[in-house]
Design a protein around this ligand. Sequence first.
Ligand code: PGA
Length: 251
Amino acid sequence: MRVPLIAGNWKMYKTLAEAVAFARALKEAAAGFKGVEAAVCPPFAALAAVAGELKGSSVAVGAQDVFWEAEGAYTGEISPAMLVDAGCSYVIAGHSERRQYFQETDENVNRKVKAALLHGLVPIICVGELLQEREAGITEKVVQSQTGAALAGLKPEQVAGLVIAYEPVWAIGTGRTATEADAQQVIAFIRTLVRDSFGDVAAYGVRIQYGGSVKPENAAGLMSQPDIDGALVGGASLKVDSFAGIIKACG
Ligand code: PGA
């Protein structure tokens, strides 16, 4: 059975002191987490400190982005090996905010995914349609092309171990959640895409999260859907109570 993953994407929030205090409190709460995996994705500057605090707990650490080169003259960038060194086991690739504000392309997401896997990081690959794409009835087409591009060239056993986050862009930070049925439908579609290209083992193994205004109040309903394997949480992951509430609702 797939173990659901609840990952908190802190985006560009929290000082070092705030991040460490959060990690300390979450570590205590984590003793009560059952049947679910939890991870936090702090900004780069807080990764090592948060990983240090969470050492010995069941909560994993992820980064919000990565560059695909191993090292070199790439001012401002962070390599996969540096993330591993800082204590990360996950890395988000292709978040819609990276696509929207930082010219992230499908090709670059694919490079990042391959580089992450090469270094033993588990990528959390974000896909999802814009509001106008949903209204135009092309959600599946958009998600198909993003997923296909992100997974291009991977082996089935690599796909089986990774995480995909379906995040309709219109639901991110807006308080507007996809209905349980809509989220399940698109996520089941993504699993079918994986099955068609990589086979049953990959489709059975790959964890597909929902993301977009997930809160303690709507988490259990979303997670009760057969194909939804956790959540990528933004705003509600910034407070220990609400993040722990979501994790407990999913266990
Ligand atoms: P949200 O963000 O939970 O604040 O909608 C989700 C995300 O961006 O991953």
